[in-house]
Design a protein around this ligand. Structure first.
Ligand code: SAH
Length: 393
């Protein structure tokens, strides 16, 4: 029997609006014998069943997956995954020249706690909740059964995403299949994806459309790609006809990945150079007016609400350096992937940096996450990527 968690009177409102999180303050009882990650039903204070989800210890007590009475069987996951796949098909993301995309974006695909990125015939899966960890085998099976998707390998990589206090200590491993190559194609460009040792699932799929936009600005420009990781923006800039491209990352592994990806697409092309160094040091040391297309795509400076203030100082300082040094008529692509920092906060940080530099700055584009990272309107917290394309005179 599935255990039932009852809500306190008056705490049902967010569930009626299909917000998938039940906070601990809304719960009137924790059933005896319940274990972290268990499937639970959530009921109103009067006892009506409102949904089914995963129980967790912490401020979010339940993540609801189903607003109804359905159980979280393999068949349930199969239906959710198939629907996620159909959306990506409709978005025309699955093509001979594009075989990497996000298949599951947590709450945005009505699967809170789960992320799945696809690289060719390999799915890389991350659980962010104990419930998804325990469901991993069902999910892996269901992934390989999605009609036409041809997913043959499922790699599970949750060592850094599961709550540390749950002590699950998961192994990173293939749940199905095995390694059979790691080259994925994005908009006709090839990328080595290192899901075994790389960050996240191995690639930042979320910048695909922003990289495409950058390509259109690259012709004849001198490009600086800060925080380059796999060199995604750099490879697009090269195809766009940049005069030169410099990529910077403080991780030597990232610098090596960038080099490998440039080699894969533009072998022996002398326009590109990689610098394995700290971004702030590079910006402080670089000469003025050298670059007329700069990308700033740093890691999240504010991972939690408590870090917002310092995060904003970081964005302000970073952007201030770019405004100080970019050539007249230059274009700046600047991003924040901190979920805790809102679009308005990020804009204020960037605008303050621009004002202090005394440069005349105009907004050309306001960027966000792509359609394979959808935001459920009941869960606006799912919006995290923010970007601005600025023209600097
Ligand atoms: N722009 C990338 C993703 C960036 S992820 C893409 O399109 O795929 C953030 C990167 O910043 C990581 O590779 C990390 O190694 C790098 N990084 C973190 N702190 C840094 C610093 N102080 N200086 C330079 N790089 C840094």
């Amino acid at each position: 029997m599935t255990k039932i968690i009852k809500l306190k009177p008056g705490k049902e409102e967010s569930v009626f609006r299909h917000h998938p999180w039940i906070f601990s303050g809304a719960v009137s009882n924790i059933p005896e014998g319940i274990e972290e990650g268990d499937e639970v039903c959530v009921s109103s204070s009067k006892g009506d069943i409102l949904g089914t989800g995963h129980y967790q210890i912490g401020s979010i007590t339940v993540r609801i997956l189903e607003f109804g009475t359905d159980h979280l069987t393999e068949d349930f996951y199969a239906r959710r995954l198939e629907s996620a796949y159909r959306l990506r098909e409709n978005l025309n993301l699955i093509r001979p020249d594009n075989n990497c995309y996000r298949l599951v974006h947590g709450e945005g695909d009505f699967l809170p706690g789960l992320v799945v990125d696809i690289y060719g015939d390999t799915a890389v899966m991350q659980a962010h909740s104990p419930g998804m960890h325990f469901a991993r085998h069902k999910i892996a099976e269901a992934l390989t059964m999605i009609p036409n998707a041809r997913i043959r390998n499922v790699y599970y990589k949750s060592d850094t995403t599961l709550p540390y206090k749950a002590h699950l200590d998961p192994d990173n491993e293939y749940l199905i299949g095995s390694y059979d190559g790691n080259i994925a194609i994005e908009n006709g460009l090839q990328f080595n994806i290192d899901w075994l040792k790389g960050q996240k699932t191995g690639f930042f799929v979320d910048q695909r459309e922003n990289r495409s936009l950058l390509e259109r600005f690259a012709s004849g420009r001198t490009v600086l790609n800060m925080f380059c990781y796999t060199g995604g923006f750099s490879v697009y800039a090269m195809r766009g006809g940049a005069k030169s491209v410099d990529s910077v990352d403080s991780s030597s592994k990232a610098a090596a990945l960038t080099d490998a990806n440039i080699m894969l697409n533009f072998p022996d092309d002398s326009r590109h150079h990689t610098y394995d160094t700290d971004a702030f040091k590079f910006l402080a040391d670089m000469e003025k007016d050298k670059y007329d297309l700069i990308i700033l795509d740093p890691p999240a400076f504010a991972k939690h609400r408590s870090a917002i203030k310092n995060g904003l100082i970081g964005y302000r300082k970073l952007n201030a350096k770019a405004f100080e040094k970019i050539k007249k008529g230059g274009v700046l692509f600047t991003f924040s992937c901190s979920q805790a920092i809102t679009k308005d906060m990020f804009r204020m940080a960037v605008f303050t940096a621009a004002a202090k530099s005394g440069r005349k700055v105009r907004i050309l584009y306001q960027l966000s996450q792509p359609a394979d990272h959808p935001v459920d309107i009941s869960h606006p917290e799912g919006e995290y990527l923010k970007g601005l394309v600025l023209y600097v005179e």
